[in-house]
Design a protein around this ligand. Structure first.
Ligand SMILES: Nc1ncnc2c1ncn2[C@@H]1O[C@H](COP(=O)(O)OP(=O)(O)O)[C@@H](O)[C@H]1O
Ligand SMILES: CC(=O)N[C@@H](CCC(=O)OP(=O)(O)O)C(=O)O
Length: 284
């Protein structure tokens, strides 16, 4: 039993009503490469996911791995560049991306969740036609945007009490392999599942305003203005755009939070104060 977070949360009695409220809920969690830096962080995350499953939630994990891909490309002396947060992906780069995401990062995360007592099953967007992609933009090469998402396999895995762990890769109609930005993949999967929550775990506490304060709740209507005036920039743009697209597809709420903080997901889901920046339609 994971007791650390109970100490942080205050009391178990505070958490219980939230656990009951979320019983049966689908929660898609995107774990970015920066948030899974150390083995300790990965195992801490794995423990939280196992506890979620034990109290009756249906977690779906989508991972990134940008820093790990960079490291391998560096070793192989392959240069890489990003345009608007997306990696320009030629065939040689695609081969490395697939090897690192499916062969290394996915396997390690599956292993960590299994070691903590969960039944994790690793797959990529290619498995069971989970994500069929179209090319995002010619200039980016093999970068894909999911055009058809079939979440049947994820429902089957939940019925078997398993925890799906997904590498952000997809298949093209011509049999190509596409590299999908991790946030985009998580948003597409959350939308297809009409998830109750999409948690985007990153390396900052949340979305910050101009003065650097974390915005604990954001009305989706103001996000385009925050992007236009430069308050939201860089890697936070795809995250907030993913949040808007996922909510459009029927996801109830999205939270952007610090994945490096201990018990981040549990504190978000099972405490009064939550964590990070909550994006949802204001109640009327
Ligand atoms: N308004 C903002 N609030 C918080 N972070 C922001 C904001 N605008 C830009 N950022 C940047 O976005 C980064 C998160 O995006 P990214 O590095 O792509 O994360 P990840 O690798 O976890 O997917 C933060 O580290 C921060 O530098
Ligand atoms: C198209 C594109 O940019 N794909 C990403 C996929 C991994 C990812 O998203 O990793 P993080 O979440 O750790 O940033 C990449 O090649 O780096």
């Amino acid at each position: 039993m994971n007791r650390d977070w109970i100490a942080t949360a205050g009391t178990l009695s505070q958490a219980l009503p939230y656990m009951q409220r979320y019983a049966g809920a689908t929660v898609v969690i995107k774990l970015g490469g920066h948030a899974m830096g150390s083995d300790e962080a990965m195992h801490g995350f794995a423990r939280d996911v196992v506890l979620m499953r034990q109290v009756g939630l249906n977690p779906v994990i989508v991972h990134g791995g940008g820093p790990m891909i960079n490291e391998m490309l560096g070793k192989l002396d392959i240069k890489s560049e990003f345009v608007n947060g997306k990696r320009v992906t030629d065939q040689a780069t695609m081969d490395v991306v697939e090897m690192v995401l499916s062969g290394q990062v996915n396997n390690r995360l599956v292993q960590a969740i299994c070691a903590e007592g969960g039944k994790a099953v690793g797959l990529s967007g290619k498995d069971a036609n989970l994500m069929i992609c179209k090319q995002t933009h010619k200039d980016l090469g093999f970068v894909g945007t999911p055009s058809t998402v079939d979440p049947t396999i994820l429902r089957d895995l939940h019925a078997a009490h398993a925890i799906p762990v997904i590498a952000p890769l997809g298949m093209g109609r011509e049999g190509e392999t596409f590299n999908i930005n991790g946030d985009t993949a998580a948003g597409a999967i959350a939308g297809a599942l009409k998830a109750d929550r999409l948690l985007l775990l990153t390396d900052v506490e949340g979305v910050k305003d101009k003065s650097g304060e974390v915005l604990t709740e954001i009305d989706p209507k103001i996000i385009p203005d925050l992007i236009a005036d430069g308050t939201i920039a860089g890697g936070m743009i795809p995250k907030t755009e993913t949040a808007l697209a996922a909510m459009n597809d029927g996801v109830r709420a999205v939270v952007i939070l610090d994945g490096r903080a201990p018990n981040a997901c549990l504190l978000e889901l099972f405490t009064d104060h939550g964590a990070g920046s909550l994006i949802r339609r204001p109640r009327v």
